[in-house]
Design a protein around this ligand. Structure first.
Ligand code: ADP
Ligand code: MG
Length: 367
């Protein structure tokens, strides 16, 4: 082994995070455009989630960034440098997939060492770096185990150690938690986030689970049919969804019939100002969060009857039906008890944020 491949220890332990830019990236499969001009700027050290329904192009986007798929248009840049035609092994990315992808005939330690072996890192250094990576994911004691001796969550942590041990410039995670049960999923998602923060590595995390995306990411890009519909912080997406699709996909929402008049919209007796006052007068459907609907005594607001109620520990969800047949889901404090058949009054919180569903989607804010 030549000395040239031996690392110069201290400089080499640093993660060299890069910015990742997708510039109108197009990917065509026969008869199907999987990426339809996707543009996305991920800052160095940022954690961005790609969120969207099955088939919207999330995996294709990740594989294009990794160089596992060629692209048919646009450009992919790392720190401003075009890598669109750079082979995968020279892009310097680490990947974790949904399915456990450990080699069954290798121990956890050997699995983690694998990428370093490919890079011809000397044996002693390979061993210490792999042990360090296993420590980082909390599996320092489990290096001698084979995949079948590890739980699903532990196998994904080995896969994460294997992705990080080569000190990639970008970490790409494709639904790494989908196969795990709920409790392990939350634990591992928090662990991924804290390791990412500590290393400062630029990370793209693909998921179809909106709660997961909101919980871990600095910013979330909501994808639909090969495009990014909206990108923003979790708070922006939840509070100011740009389109009806985003409003429906992020969090629960009700569709409430209302009327636009003179730049305002009236919903359930509450008047909200339209952000875009040019919306034409007429009937609309607005999307309203369950926590922005208030339950009161009969006679306050619109009359409704309770059709269902569920206790969820810290809060309660109640379903009601209005006289015109509109059904609403309401989230409220657990102390306010409701029972099926109760007559109640329904109002909107004055600070509700709605979004017009028909025609051009327009966010509305309180009048
Ligand atoms: P997601 O990860 O969001 O579920 P994908 O990126 O895997 O979606 O797929 C996007 C679309 O491209 C889907 O309609 C899928 O059927 C199609 N697709 C993915 N891979 C191929 C392929 N190798 N050949 C043809 N179509 C593909
Ligand atoms: Mg996928």
């Amino acid at each position: 082994m030549s000395l040239a491949t031996a690392p110069s220890s201290s400089a080499d332990t640093q993660i060299r995070a890069v910015s990742v830019e997708l510039d109108t990236v197009v990917k065509e499969y026969p008869g199907h455009r999987a990426l339809d001009g996707v543009s996305l700027d991920v800052q160095s050290g940022e954690f961005v989630a790609l969120l969207g329904p099955s088939g919207c192009g999330k995996t294709t986007a990740l594989r294009a960034i990794a160089g596992l798929e060629g692209i048919d248009g646009g450009q992919i840049r790392f720190d401003g440098e075009d890598v669109s035609r750079t082979p995968t092994n020279l892009r310097d990315v680490g990947m974790v997939f949904q399915s456990y992808s450990l080699f069954p005939h290798l121990t956890a330690q050997e699995n983690v060492e694998f990428g370093l072996r490919m890079r011809r890192v000397p044996a002693a250094e390979r061993r210490s770096r792999a042990a360090e990576a296993l420590d980082m994911v909390g599996l320092g004691e489990r290096g001698a185990r084979y995949a079948h001796q590890l739980s699903g969550g532990q196998q994904q942590r080995v896969a994460l150690a294997r992705a990080l041990v080569t000190r990639p410039r970008v970490l790409l995670l494709d639904e790494p938690l989908s196969a795990l049960d709920a409790k392990v999923r939350v634990q591992l998602r928090d662990q991924i986030r804290s390791i990412q923060t500590e290393l400062g590595i630029t990370t793209l995390f693909v998921t179809h689970d909106q709660e997961e995306a909101l919980a871990v990411a600095d910013r979330v890009a909501v994808m639909r049919a090969g495009n990014i519909e909206q990108i923003g912080t979790p708070e922006e997406l939840y509070g100011q969804p740009a389109t009806a699709f985003v409003a429906d996909f992020i969090g629960l929402s009700n569709q409430v019939p209302g009327t636009v008049l003179g730049g305002q919209v009236e919903l359930l007796g509450t008047t909200l100002a339209l952000l875009d006052p040019s919306v034409p007068t007429g009937p609309v459907l607005a999307s309203v969060r369950p926590e922005d609907v208030l339950i009161g005594a009969p006679g306050t607001g619109s009359a409704a009857i309770v059709t269902g109620t569920s206790f969820l520990g810290s809060h309660r969800r109640t379903r009601v039906i209005l006289e015109d047949g509109t059904e609403l889901l309401i989230q409220h404090e657990a102390e306010l008890k409701t029972a099926v058949g109760d007559a109640v009054g329904i109002r909107l919180r004055g600070t509700a944020v709605g979004i017009r569903l028909r025609g051009t989607a327009v966010a509305v804010r309180p009048a």
